[in-house]
Design a protein around this ligand. Structure first.
Ligand SMILES: NC(=O)c1ccc[n+]([C@@H]2O[C@H](COP(=O)([O-])OP(=O)(O)OC[C@H]3O[C@@H](n4cnc5c(N)ncnc54)[C@H](OP(=O)(O)O)[C@@H]3O)[C@@H](O)[C@H]2O)c1
Length: 262
């Protein structure tokens, strides 16, 4: 079999579709937004800070794509509803939702007895309830367009336990469970899947990567022996959003350099 790169099959293309990406302003979400736009979708990055949103829109438009930013906090149901309404007003519908907004705050790291309920709840509010809020607010549009799709950005922490990160791990296990359950309820019209990234070079992992001992322990555990580039998470998301994945629903695709294969 030839290893020469070829043009992707047309089933991976997303022309005439509209995609909303939470946390689409930087890191993995920015890469996903740009890759969905490159595949032909009109894209709507959603995040809280306006400056970064404007910069991703400018980048996509400079490449000939269509983008429209909406500032919103995924923990605010009114702001989420407004983001969905403005997306549909601007682009006439909504086909793909990528729930990528997430964080792992310092005050939620530690032994279970040392982390406050407030820190635990705040982590779940963004990583899990935020995704639920966005998906349910978009539900009618995803069904109306006759074949929408949701892709949730989970984590290897959604598949296995990680020490000193129980709020993050609980939120991501919850997101994988939500993915499977909603996939059953929304079939056959709307497909719902997740990706579970391993360690990716972004602002979220900056501190981790700069600690030589921690970085090395992650590399030792990762068969591909490196952190991922955000673009390497975006490709699998485009696949799951596209017709190339037309028979895939309720799945969680590990994108972790082999981390969970051990
Ligand atoms: N980096 C990794 O190694 C890794 C591994 C596995 C999974 N993940 C997951 O991948 C996703 C993206 O991570 P990342 O590393 O790209 O993080 P990041 O660089 O910190 O970016 C996070 C994005 O989410 C947005 N965001 C955060 N809180 C939000 C809120 N309440 N409402 C709306 N937007 C919000 C941020 O923008 P604003 O701050 O302006 O709102 C930003 O656009 C997260 O769900 C994370 O758990 C990351």
């Amino acid at each position: 079999m030839s290893t020469t790169p070829t043009t992707p099959p047309t089933t991976f293309r997303l022309e005439d579709t509209v995609a909303l990406v939470t946390g689409g302003s930087r890191g993995i979400g920015r890469a996903i937004t740009c890759e969905l736009a490159a595949a032909g979708a009109a894209v709507v990055p959603v995040a809280r800070s306006t400056d970064e949103l404007e910069s991703v829109v400018a980048e996509i438009e400079a490449d000939g794509g269509e983008a429209f930013a909406v500032p919103a906090d995924v923990t605010d149901p009114d702001a989420v509803a407004d983001a969905i309404d403005r997306t549909v007003e601007e682009f006439g519908g909504l086909d793909t939702v990528v729930n990528n907004a997430g964080f792992n705050p310092d005050d939620a790291l530690g032994r279970p007895e040392d982390v406050t309920t407030e820190s635990f709840d705040r982590t779940l509010a963004v990583n899990l309830s935020g995704a639920y809020e966005v998906a349910t607010a978009a539900a009618q549009h995803l069904h109306d367009n006759g074949g929408g799709s949701v892709v949730n950005v989970a984590s290897v922490g959604g598949l296995v336990g990680l020490p000193r990160q129980h709020p993050y791990v609980a939120s991501k296990h919850g997101l994988v469970g939500l993915t499977k359950s909603v996939a059953l309820d929304w079939a056959p019209d709307v497909r719902v899947n997740a990706v579970a990234p391993g360690y990716v070079s972004t602002e979220l992992t900056e501190e981790l990567e700069s600690n030589e001992q921690l970085r090395q322990s992650i590399l030792d555990r990762t068969p591909l022996e490196r952190f991922a580039d955000p673009a390497e998470i975006a490709g699998p998301v485009v696949f799951l959003a596209s017709d190339a994945a037309s028979y895939v629903t309720g799945s969680c695709l590990s994108v972790d350099g082999g981390w969970t294969a051990r």
